[in-house]
Design a protein around this ligand. Sequence first.
Ligand code: SF4
Length: 67
Amino acid sequence: MRIHIDADVCIGAGQCALAAPGVFTQDDDGFSTILPGREDGGGDPMVREAARACPVGAVRLSGEAGG
Ligand code: SF4
């Protein structure tokens, strides 16, 4: 799996970092970034929840089996 954050869409709501703090964090401006080395989600099942929680759909997951 590969996580992509659309920075043009992200509004800094922070839902992704709340849902999966082991994968997402927020930069100085409050926008979402992926923690170093966690671009593949690190097997965290909450990544999917983070993508669902994002109110603007800025978190995209690619390369999933069946997805
Ligand atoms: S939940 Fe969505 S809008 Fe909020 S910080 Fe994360 S990616 Fe950005």
